[in-house]
Every structure is written in structure tokens, then in C-alpha cells.
Design a protein around this ligand. Structure first.
Ligand SMILES: *Cc1c(COP(=O)(O)O)cnc(C)c1O
Length: 360
């Protein structure tokens, strides 16, 4: 068996320990005589899995007791509609910061339901930075302010949250979920698709402050109504049982290595190796302003489309896969999520050095 280093933006690598454990438990989960894939979502044994996953998430992220944790489906993209349907119900206004394609999609979806306003945008420079805002930029009447915390395609991240005063702040954390500690109490809601850092595809986790719930519009589809999902403990209908089980194994893995502070230290060490090389290279350069660089997604270019294509092709042959950048940025992107080992980034940097020597 030979495994590649997979730099995909998502779905992405899972920790090998998790895959091995899932393989061991595939045919008979804890003496139940069944795979988790086969069991009833109403069974006692599955109840322990979903409750266990929630308890671990609460512990690792230090989630305050007045927040609900929901296990949902429909991807992060379904939340783009659910958020205005559930929350844009006071003034009917909401403020969005456009830091990339995912934020823009959320904003465009919200425009269907009310008065969504783009407060700031970094579209002028291909989203290569986080636009600065001040408290005065936000509408005090807005029902919420929406940000995308880590911009998967462009490789930027909020190191400091915008000052939104008392307005509820909602963040898409899909591509930085569990990569470092965050202060959940600063948000009215954070949510993310699992397929970047948490589990296979098919699961979205939403963490919502309780006082936000209960004001969904009448037309809100039942499946998108957070209050209904919360009242049903995420079991209104059949949840993605197996994905929730893998999520629990990933959470156990994070706990075993020391929690989110330890995860952050690992991620910083990996990212530093790559950024330091990009900053010293004469062939490659990062596309993001240094102060807004993501720990998770690292886009870079050579300045020549031909060399970019050659690099991606030769890297793939060397077992470093999915390095092609998003079509709107071009070049390359290395997604170095939690499960990417340090050795994977070392292998990438060594390959880049060799490529630079051979092609200059
Ligand atoms: C991947 C991603 C999405 C889209 O997720 P889906 O689950 O495919 O809908 C949204 N936001 C961010 C930040 C992402 O990285």
C-alpha cells in the first residue's frame, strides 16, 4: 500500500489513525455485530456516538452551555439560505463582508430573502487580503454580520475579528474548523462543512447561541429550521450516521494529541515551513499579503502558466497530489489541514526546491 500526500482543498486527508480505527471497527462496532453504516439512528449504540461526538466537540472548542450544537446536512452551502431564513427577521437587513467566493455566494443567497448589504470586499485584488472595517461601517440595525473566517480558495484568514458591537456575528469556519482555538462566545453562530478538517463529506456542524433560535420565517423549509433541528437533537430525520461516527474518531484523535492548542502549534509549524520557503524562493511566491495568510490553504504561483502546469504534473507523479490552484487564482494551492503530517509539507518543500533548481 502506498498513500499519497493529498493537498486537496476538500474533501481532504483524514488522520491515518482514524482510518485504521474505522477499518478495525468496520464489521463489528464495539460488539454490536454491525457496522456503524448499518445501524439505526434511533439505536442506543448510535445515540452514544452522536452524544459522544457532541460532548467531545464541546470540550475541545470550549463551547459555552448556552449554545446548541447541530449536526446537519446540505453542506455549508445549504446554510447560505438557512441563515437568512432563520435570522434575517428583525429589520430584514444583514451585513456581509465579501472575502471570496464562499462569502459572495452566501451574500447572493441572502439577497433573495432580504436586504443583504456588502459592507466591504477584497474583490479588487483577487481576494488576496482581508478588507479592514471599523464599527462605523456596520448598520446598527442589521440582524447579523456575516463573515467567512478562512477563505479556502484565496488563502486568507481573519486573525482579528471585525468590531461589530452588539450585532450578532456569524462565521463560516468550514476550512479552519478545529485548526486552532476560537472564542465561540464572540459569535452568535459558527458553522462549517466537515469535509475539510472534521470528517468525510455529508455533515455540517452548526454551533448556535440559543437566543438566536425561534424566529425563523414561516416559509423556512423544516430541514433548514435550526429550532426544529435543535428540538430534535439533530435527529429530525436520518442524520449522516457514518460521517458523524468518523467525526467522533477525528475529535478523539485531536484530543489525543493535546487539543486545539497543540493542533495550532502543529499547524503553525507546518505553515511556517512552507511560507518561509515561498518567501525565500526566486521562482515561487505566495499570493496573499503576509498579515492575512491562512494556516490551512496556501496558494502560490511561479509567474508562468507553463511552469505552473509542469510543476503540478511532476508533483502528482511524485505522490504530491491535488496541488492545482482554483481556476480564479491560477497557479497552485496547498491545503495543509489538520491531518496533513509535517512530513507531507517537508516533502512538498523539498520537491519545490528541486523543481526550482532544475527549472531556473
Ligand atoms: C468548502 C467550503 C464551502 C462549501 O461547502 P459545501 O459543503 O460543499 O457546501 C463553503 N465555505 C467554505 C469556507 C468552504 O471551504
Amino acid at each position: 500500500m502506498s498513500r499519497v500526500y493529498n493537498f486537496s482543498a476538500g474533501p481532504s486527508m483524514l488522520p491515518e489513525e482514524v482510518l485504521r480505527k474505522a477499518a478495525d471497527e468496520m464489521l463489528d462496532y464495539h460488539g454490536s455485530g454491525q457496522s456503524v453504516m448499518e445501524m439505526s439512528h434511533r439505536s442506543k449504540v448510535f445515540d452514544e456516538i452522536i452524544k459522544g461526538a457532541e460532548a467531545l466537540l464541546r470540550e475541545l472548542m470550549n463551547i459555552p452551555d448556552n449554545y446548541k450544537v447541530l449536526f446537519l446536512q446540505g453542506g455549508a452551502s445549504a446554510q447560505f439560505s438557512a441563515i437568512p431564513l432563520n435570522f434575517m427577521n428583525g429589520s430584514g437587513k444583514a451585513d456581509y463582508i465579501i472575502t471570496g467566493q464562499w462569502a459572495k455566494k452566501a451574500y447572493q443567497e441572502a439577497q433573495k430573502y432580504g436586504n443583504a448589504r456588502a459592507v466591504a470586499s477584497s474583490a479588487d485584488k483577487t481576494f488576496s487580503y482581508i478588507p479592514q472595517t471599523t464599527h462605523a461601517d456596520f448598520d446598527p440595525e442589521a440582524d447579523y454580520v456575516y463573515i467567512c473566517m478562512n477563505n479556502t480558495i484565496y488563502g486568507t484568514v481573519y486573525h482579528t475579528l471585525p468590531d461589530v458591537g452588539d450585532t450578532p456575528l456569524i462565521a463560516d469556519i468550514s476550512s479552519c474548523f478545529l485548526s486552532e482555538p476560537i472564542d465561540v462566545s464572540k459569535f452568535a453562530m459558527v458553522y462549517g462543512g466537515a469535509q475539510k478538517n472534521v470528517a468525510p463529506a455529508g455533515l455540517v456542524i452548526a454551533i448556535i447561541r440559543e437566543d438566536m433560535l425561534g424566529n425563523a420565517r414561516d416559509i423556512t423549509p423544516t430541514m433548514l429550521n435550526y429550532q426544529i433541528q435543535a428540538d430534535a437533537d439533530s435527529l429530525y430525520n436520518t442524520p449522516p450516521c457514518y460521517t458523524i461516527y468518523i467525526c467522533k474518531l477525528v475529535l478523539e484523535w485531536i484530543k489525543s494529541i493535546g487539543g486545539l492548542e497543540a493542533m495550532k502549534a502543529r499547524n503553525e509549524k507546518k505553515a511556517k515551513l512552507l511560507y518561509d520557503y515561498l518567501d525565500s524562493s526566486k521562482m515561487f511566491r505566495g499570493t496573499v499579503v503576509p498579515e492575512d495568510r491562512s494556516l490551512m490553504n496556501v496558494p502560490f504561483v511561479t509567474g508562468s502558466d507553463e511552469l505552473n502546469a509542469k510543476f503540478v504534473k511532476e508533483a502528482t507523479a511524485a505522490g504530491l497530489v491535488n496541488l492545482k490552484g482554483h481556476r480564479t487564482v491560477g497557479g497552485m494551492r496547498a491545503s495543509i489541514y489538520n491531518a496533513m503530517p509535517y512530513e507531507g509539507v517537508e516533502a512538498l518543500v523539498a520537491f519545490m526546491k528541486k523543481f526550482e533548481e532544475e527549472n531556473s
